[in-house]
Ligand binder design. Structure first.
Ligand code: UDP
Ligand code: MG
Length: 253
């Protein structure tokens, strides 16, 4: 199988059928062998009904359903475990990511032999204050802490060599930093590709304050991972020193 399209989703009933049709038309016009894996991350709308219909109708479609909302990282993780294609594409379900980009992403992995290609939404259609600015900050911090030079870590549209997704563990809000996880797992042939995208057509973003905070905390985690990932005892060393000083200042104060 050439391609696995992995799609995490939460309450995206309006867009699923349109997204499915669009992906299928791209797959057919390129004669790809493929599967589409929808991971329903605890939707309470009709998303799962649509996915089960599609999977009965079309043997290329697989559905995974979570009994509650675990988060995009967990959904991706479940999709990665299931994926069988040589190249894995992740994309969002809200029609912001454009399936027409898939063939070029596929070629960058298969012909140019990249481990990971990350989509780059150069021009953004999101609100400046709630999305654009935080995203710029996250990206700058992620670049600095990890040494992975990408403009847009968080873009949902990415392509991976199969070995990469089978060797990384995506948890918490770590989906924002998958290229860092990949690099730490020894896959450093990473690039980015400017991709077309659109504003969200239906529903609304699931990015709220809690995700902002968790995203920030996970940023600290990737800093630790990048610094100490290969020498874990150094992490204990650093923590030990920190705890010593906290204990010391508590005793002194
Ligand atoms: N999503 C998910 N679980 C969540 C939150 C979001 O599976 O807890 C999915 C969502 O349905 C979409 C993708 O992750 O397919 C990106 O989410 P969203 O569009 O809300 O993020 P944004 O594009 O605003 O950063
Ligand atoms: Mg979106």
């Amino acid at each position: 199988m050439q391609l696995s399209i992995v799609i995490p989703l939460l309450n995206e009933e309006e867009s699923l059928k349109e997204l499915y049709n669009w992906i299928v038309s791209v797959m057919q016009s390129n004669s790809y062998s493929y599967e589409i894996i929808f991971i329903d991350d605890g939707s309470t709308d009709a998303s799962w009904k649509t996915i089960s219909h599609l999977s009965v109708q079309d043997s290329n479609v697989k559905g995974i359903k979570f009994n509650r909302n675990y988060g995009k990282s967990q959904a991706l993780h479940a999709g990665f475990l299931e994926a069988q294609g040589d190249v894995i594409i992740t994309m969002d379900a809200d029609l912001q990511d454009n399936p027409e980009e898939i063939p070029e992403l596929y070629n960058l992995i298969q012909k140019e032999h990249f481990d990971l290609v990350s989509g780059w939404k150069k021009k953004r259609y999101d609100s400046v204050l709630s999305k654009n600015l935080p995203s710029k900050l996250f990206n700058a911090a992620a670049r600095k802490t990890s040494g992975v030079k990408l403009h847009d870590f968080n873009c949902g549209l990415k392509a991976y060599k199969k070995e990469v997704v089978k060797n990384i563990d995506v948890y918490g809000e770590m989906h924002r930093y998958i290229p860092v996880l990949a690099k730490n797992a020894g896959f450093s042939n990473i690039t980015e590709k400017e991709v077309q995208h659109q504003a969200r057509k239906y529903g609304k973003t699931k990015f709220g304050m809690d995700r902002f905070i968790n995203g920030f905390l996970d940023l600290i985690s990737i800093w630790f991972l990048s610094k100490f990932g290969k020498r874990p005892m150094h992490l204990f060393g650093a923590l030990g020193v920190l705890m010593f000083f906290f204990g010391f200042s508590a005793a002194a104060g």
